[in-house]
Design a protein around this ligand. Sequence first.
Ligand SMILES: [Zn+2]
Length: 561
Amino acid sequence: MTSALRIVNGRIYDPAHGVDGAVRDLCISGGRIVADVPPDARRIDARGMVVMPGGVDIHCHIAGPKVNLARKVQPEDHRHDVHLRTRVTRSGTGGTVPSTFTTGYRYAALGYTAAMEAAVTPLGARHTLEEFHDTPVIDKGFYVLMGNNVLMYRLLQEGRHEEFRQTLAWWMSATKAYAPKLVNPGGDEFWKGQRNSNVTGLDQQIAGFDLTPRKVIAAFIEAGNELGLPHPVHIHCNNLGHTGNYQTTLDTMRIAEGRRAHITHIQFHSYGSVAGKSGDNPTSKAHEISEYVNTHPNISADVGAVMFGRSTSMTADAPLAYMLRRFGGGKWVNADTEHESGCGIVPFTYQDRNYTNALQWAIGLELFLLSDDPWRMVFSTDHPNGGSFMSYPRLIRLLMDSEFRKEQMAKVNQQALEHSGLRDCASREYSLSEIAIITRAGPARLLGLTGKGHLGVGADADVTIYEEDADKEKMFSTPRCVIKDGEPVIEDHEFRAEHEGRVFHVAPDYDPGIEQVIEPFFEDYYTIRFANYPVADRYIPHPQTVPTAPQAAEAGAVPAT
Ligand SMILES: [Zn+2]
């Protein structure tokens, strides 16, 4: 049990409760926000400072087999960026793909207290959870790759919808995942079956199956909604990075037909073309994409902004990695995980003078600046794909400071700016409250994490205190104080304590009879026996099982608003 704390004199930003910079006390006891604490409780004076809930990253790549492959392929990054140990923290390495310990410390040092790993093969669940155990301070969870799963395809093709839903529930439970993830659905069968081949449209027949990406996406959206998962199906659309792909993105969002769906790193899916030809340079279709999201409250998205400099593309979209590796001409990795998913890793550098890179940068900013509802268009760089999470403070400054944005715009490829609408949104500046929404309150709400992203009584006491500064990059780079579960982990910009975060997962109910459908497939095709496949409870020392809607209703919980 942590001791009681009273934070005084700070300006509070708690958009979930309409608190927009009011100076008031914030009380903490037993790891939670409380209404009051005894007068002798320890005080933290936050005069001249901004108090926000801890940051919540809805989409990043921080743990598991593909992340580790990306570390192994870039040993030079480790040498150039050594993270020294301190009295309370352990050593590690940085670069675009930091080691486990460094990942936890550096997220915390930016004021983040939760991050969701966005793409794990079911077979990679154990590895991911083992790395989570080594990733300190922050809470974590992962999305499990289901969109190219051969058994799921077979059930869907045979019209066995109830078994499809049961199998999804089983897989989520067996791997201790948080949400189902679709990546380029249908693409893996082409990639595996024909040289350098990929799916190109939602209505194309998937190689070897009487199915289309459209049917696969619709089935997962339906099943995810029926199961009442706290976060809906998390979709990386087809045709990522291709000129003209915005039509595919619009069509994918239309498939949801009013049901909840989350479109991830939507910047990479917002490209048009000058003459309507796929061979042309891309142009920005941020306006069309924003308009659709703005007017469809069932859809949420994270931006996946691009920041200039080093990045590492790591994706379950293996054909995309093949395409990207042509640009850099350096090291790359491609891999496949049994019947579950593909994977590709490509170290990459975004350059401000490069037309396509500058356009991607501009589209990311446009999507933020055109958004009418910050609760549904939330913050991400798809770390480390569009840029490292270490670039978040700079991205915040680009959103909050139009003069700074103009200076940066002057340095990039001007032809790319001509083909974007960024100059048309020059005057908008995000407020601190809007930043609090896109970086914490919004992601927490989209994830269904009712204890995160706000400072109401009963919330987890994850609190970040920033010193106010006109330079927003500086302000968000080094919080003065970070409190995790009620414990001051960082004070006066220094780590004062180690902390082990929780792992969020779901355990949707399923009919145990479904195992008789799944087991024969394992015995026929998998390298691992069925009985050895589900992840045991001991892999998560600090679990938090987040209920599905039916489970919450049964427990009499008040639904999240
Ligand atoms: Zn991603």
